[in-house]
Design a protein. Structure first.
Length: 172
């Protein structure tokens, strides 16, 4: 019986040895795959690090561009405000000139209807403006001052008609 026990023990050791060899081969294959995955993972991590550094540089560039745009916009807004102020001053000066021309024309041609600023007109007058008939030409040769007044009156009339046109387009 001792031979049978020895033989059974040897068979059992052989089976266990075969099982350990098989599991060692399987573990070796898994380790090889993990090492391949580790290499791919390291490559992926390297790509991610490079992409993140590129993104950081891009963010720095975008911040610099944003700061430059902010400065440029502030400069342009300041310039626009200065131009708006200048334009408002020019408009006020133009209105003063038109008022002066209107007063000169009203003093030079008594009996003629004067051109009033748009702020003094009623809405009905804006909707249906009256045409001002030009003064009849004098029978005698006009003086140089009369010609200048006529030209100024014509210019004032043309400017007031343009202003009426603008008011009508804004009202529409």
């Amino acid at each position: 019986m001792s031979l049978l026990v020895t033989l059974a023990a040897d068979v059992l050791v052989a089976v266990l040895l075969v099982a350990s060899i098989v599991s060692s081969v399987r573990l070796s294959r898994r380790i090889t795959r993990l090492k391949a995955d580790e290499a791919a993972l390291r490559q992926t991590i390297g790509d991610l690090v490079m992409a993140s550094s590129t993104a950081e540089r891009a963010i720095v560039g975008l911040r610099a561009t944003l700061d430059e745009c902010d400065r440029t916009l502030a400069d342009r807004l300041g310039t626009a405000e200065r131009y708006a102020t200048d334009l408002a001053a020019h408009v006020e000066a133009g209105e003063a000139v038109i008022a002066r021309i209107a007063s000169i024309v009203s003093q030079a041609a008594p009996g003629r209807e004067t051109v009033r600023p748009a702020a003094q007109r009623d809405p009905e007058a804006i909707a249906s403006p009256r045409r001002i008939a030009p003064a009849p030409a004098p029978a005698t040769a006009p003086s140089p001052n009369g010609e200048r007044l006529g030209v100024a009156a014509a210019a004032a009339l043309a400017m007031s008609e343009r202003a009426l046109g603008r008011l009508r387009s804004k009202a529409a």
